[in-house]
Design a protein around this ligand. Structure first.
Ligand code: ZN
Length: 854
């Protein structure tokens, strides 16, 4: 629609000259008028010099509307489908010709009622003036100069377009003059209808809407072509201070303003009194039935299928694309999200988190004072009895610390005391409090994360960042929650250890899947002899165990011994390479072996992705490329992700062995529930559970996809509840997601695994050595060539009891050892050579459950 601006100067000059001379000589006070005209012309000339050249080039912008950007994800057929829009304001551009004329109108003008309402309210002379009201401008100049400040005069629609398109909202004399200059340029460059159309599409009408198209859909749930006279009047009433006159926020003010619009329609001869009355009365139904929140916004109407994805990608794009282009640029953003994966991820996570919230049943005490009133007196007695430090509610505890203190220190003490003493009063008190708090609202939501990454490409195909993306719950925990990985860290540790052994073979210190470790508590300081019965003590530990078996059963004592044997300093660089934590470091401490430092789910998943891709790091991607509205690629993230950036952190052989070992975790070990949804392909993974059941993890992969699932409370000190392990909570969710997400995908293979240099040997299942004539049971195991065992087992015969062990029940000869809840309880601090101080024991019913992992 843009018209060439050729000859504008000439036309401009002629019209100016004509209008101004007429005004000077036909006016009553020619001298004063001349002076004013000179001021106006001088002022405009200044802008002619400073702004005109630029403004000419910007004229075409008038016909370009801000367009929302669209986020696409990959559909089942491999085609891209829109999943979200990014915009600041809702806008549905309207073509003026699409607005039907009012043929039934008895009065003169047959233009559409929306047009008539706006013309009548804003600029009834629009079709006859030349862009600015010269008299008004001149008057405003003098008034403003005399007043020493800027008073906003009435603007023509053209001036408003100039302001909306080119100018900031700051008020100044300079801006006013510039607005007039631009208005005249617009009048020359565009026909009246086009200027009006731009106006109707650019005018902000409240609640996040821009233009009549979006406003009509927002206020009336109607297309603009279908609105009534009354509805058109409402739209026209919103041009100044749309919030104040919004029918949603201030229906009474709105009605009054609408009356003014009708009055002007009558005054300007556009509507008869009878018609106006009829329309006005029928509009009252709209107000009567208006049942909308004052906070309603067109923003919540936008396309947003997967809010966690929308938000994560938005945050990333803001860094590289910038706000303006993202919200207004009409970009097409092609993500790596796979719609099927994302849907299945949400279907797996949401009900599981809701269910777990009920099951974990941690209540939020909203009212600290109420707690003090009910429990304050009894607490003193209990704290005496149980040697708990005095609990000061009102003074020193914020609600948050109160919350965790209650969960950690008091709740179970109360329960136990009640149980032991049979004190009904206390029980009643507890019940009462619980029932007071028993609405769902007061249950603390269990949060979680699921993130899936393709190991071959690094494409992130699904992200669930919590129990639901809401205004009060916007954390995307997959990237923002720092949590201890617990036993889910073991595969990374073992892979690094096996890799080091392969490169630095040492027959005594080699770590291989067949390395024999002692799984016993003997070297560890137990916390409290009274609580640990001797029979537990002996049946919990399997004595000697091969590393493969130790991973399968998540033996904590073995993880510590692996680190002791290999030396943390020898594998520190490898761990850093696998985890990639810029700005942070892995603590130099033996408790690292039990995953006692914090990682985000994303970081842990990325490390597994390296294991799944043959020991090479992967650079995860969420957006492939971004196109502008003309289909030109303006940002290509695939180029930034260059294959040569990938680093071989561990050997493919070490990656192969750890992958193979993680296969046993799922078929025979702590991760068996990962297969409960019938995943139709071989999978590899590891559970993780941290102290006091605060975190439940499962991280695992197939050749197609690496996925992590995490459960926990946002307040990291609150327990998910006794027995809530990664194997119980997270592995089934992982399995459900993987089974359904991959259902229709063809099976892939680990291409890198085809060329690994792994030697297979038959070994003695009990010793891990090459079998001797007396060995009862053998198995096949893979080795990095430099670490193949050379010793022949002569342990098994008449005198195989060579090592003093606490309670050896050799694996393979007996049924699977019974695993009790209290299994594997090394006091980690005690085996850390650098740390001699014994950690103060914390008393709670849950203490003693540290480091359990099924
Ligand atoms: Zn043997």
């Amino acid at each position: 629609m843009k018209q060439e601006a050729n000859g504008v100067f000439e036309k401009l000059f002629i019209i100016w000259f004509r209008d101004i001379t007429a005004w000077i000589w036909e006016g009553r006070r020619p001298v004063r008028n001349t002076a004013i005209a000179i001021v106006v012309i001088l002022a405009l000339d200044v802008f002619l010099l400073t702004a005109s050249v630029k403004d000419f080039f910007r004229l075409k912008e008038a016909a370009i509307y801000d367009i929302p950007s669209i986020l696409y994800a990959i559909g089942d057929n491999g085609k891209y489908e829109p999943i979200a829009e990014y915009y600041k304001f809702s806008r549905i551009p309207v073509d003026l010709k699409a607005l039907p004329p009012e043929k039934t109108q008895s009065l003169g003008d047959h233009r559409n009622k929306v047009i008539q309402s706006f013309l009548s309210t804003e600029d009834n002379q629009f079709y006859s003036h030349s862009g600015i009201d010269l008299k008004g401008i001149a008057r405003a100049f003098v008034v403003n100069i005399l007043a020493g400040r800027v008073k906003e005069g009435a603007s023509t629609i053209t001036q408003q377009v100039a302001r909306l398109k080119y100018l900031t909202i700051e008020r100044s004399i300079a801006r006013k003059a510039r607005e007039a200059w631009l208005a005249m340029l617009l009048e020359f460059a565009y026909p009246k209808d086009k200027i009006l159309e731009v106006y109707l599409n650019e005018i902000p009408l409240g609640h996040g809407t821009i233009g009549v198209g979006a406003a009509s859909r927002f206020y009336f749930r109607k297309e603009i072509q279908d609105v009534s006279w009354g509805e058109a009047a409402i739209l026209a009433s919103l041009t100044t201070r749309p919030t104040q006159f919004s029918p949603l926020t201030n229906p009474l003010s709105s009605v009054q303003k609408v009356r003014v619009v009708f009055k002007k329609l009558i005054e300007n001869g556009r509507l008869s009194v009878a018609d106006a009355e009829k329309e006005y009365i029928s509009l009252m139904d709209y107000y009567a039935n208006l049942n909308r929140s004052p906070n309603d916004s067109a923003f919540s109407d936008r396309l947003n299928r997967f809010p966690y994805v929308t938000e994560y990608i938005r945050k990333n794009l803001l860094k590289t694309i910038g706000k303006d282009r993202l919200y207004n640029g009409g970009l097409k953003i092609y993500s790596t999200i796979q719609i099927r994966h994302q849907e299945e991820a949400e279907k797996a996570m949401k009900p599981a988190l809701q269910q777990q919230t009920l099951e974990s049943n941690q209540r939020a005490f909203r009212n600290v004072d109420a707690f003090d009133d009910q429990f304050g007196a009894s607490y003193d007695i209990i704290s005496d009895l149980h040697d708990i430090p005095e609990f000061k509610f009102k003074i020193s505890r914020t609600e948050r610390t109160f919350q965790s203190a209650y969960q950690e220190e008091i709740r179970d003490v109360f329960s136990t005391l009640n149980l032991l003493s049979g004190d009904d009063d206390l029980g009643e008190l507890l019940d009462k409090n619980y029932s007071n708090q028993s609405t769902q609202d007061h249950l603390l939501p269990v949060e979680g994360s699921l993130i899936a990454i393709r190991p071959n490409s690094g494409y992130i195909t699904a992200v669930v960042g919590g129990s639901g993306f809401r205004s009060d719950n916007q954390q995307i925990r997959s990237f923002q929650a720092f949590r201890q990985p617990g036993s889910a860290f073991k595969p990374i540790l073992y892979a690094a250890a096996m890799d080091y052994s392969g490169k630095n073979p040492d027959p005594i210190k080699n770590v291989t899947p067949a390395t024999l470790f002692v799984d016993s508590p003997l070297q560890y300081l137990m916390e409290d002899g009274d609580e640990w019965a001797p029979e537990n003590y002996s049946s919990e530990y399997s004595g000697f165990v091969l590393l493969r078996k130790a991973l399968e059963q998540s033996k904590n004592s073995v993880a510590v011994r692996v680190l002791e044997q290999i030396g943390l300093s020898n594998i520190m660089d490898t761990l850093r390479g696998l985890l990639q934590l810029p700005g942070r470091d892995i603590p130099y401490n033996f408790s690292v072996s039990l995953g006692s430092f914090e990682l985000t789910p994303y970081e842990l998943t990325r490390a597994y992705t390296a294991l799944a891709s043959g020991g090479k790091t992967v650079n995860p991607l969420s957006v492939l490329y971004v196109e502008n509205q003309y289909g030109e690629i303006i940002k290509d993230y695939r180029k930034e992700f260059d294959d040569s950036d990938r680093k071989q952190v561990i050997s493919p052989e070490a990656a192969y062995l750890i992958t193979d070992m993680m296969g046993d975790v799922i078929t025979e070990g702590t991760g068996r529930s990962a297969m409960s949804y019938g995943l139709n392909r071989k999978a590899y993974g590891k559970t993780g559970t941290t102290n006091n059941f605060r975190d439940a993890w499962f991280v695992g992969y197939t050749p197609e996809l690496v996925t992590s699932v995490w459960f926990g409370y946002d307040v990291g000190t609150i327990s998910l509840g006794r027995g809530m392990t990664g194997g119980r909570l997270s592995a089934p969710v992982w399995g459900r997601f993987m089974a359904r997400a991959l259902e229709r995908e063809p099976r892939a293979e680990f291409e890198w695994a085809k060329s690994v240099n792994i030697v297979r040997r038959t070994i003695c299942t009990m010793s891990g050595k090459l079998p001797g004539p007396q060995c009862h049971e053998t198995m096949e195991e893979g080795f990095i060539p430099s670490t193949v065992p050379k010793d022949i087992c002569n342990d098994h015969g008449s005198s195989w009891n060579v090592v003093e062990t606490p309670s050896v029940r050799p694996q393979g000869t007996t049924p699977k050892p019974k695993v009790s809840v209290n299994a594997n309880k090394p006091k980690v601090e005690a085996v850390v050579p650098q740390t001699t101080a014994k950690k103060k024991k914390k008393k709670s019913l849950f203490s003693g459950d540290e480091d359990i992992d099924y």
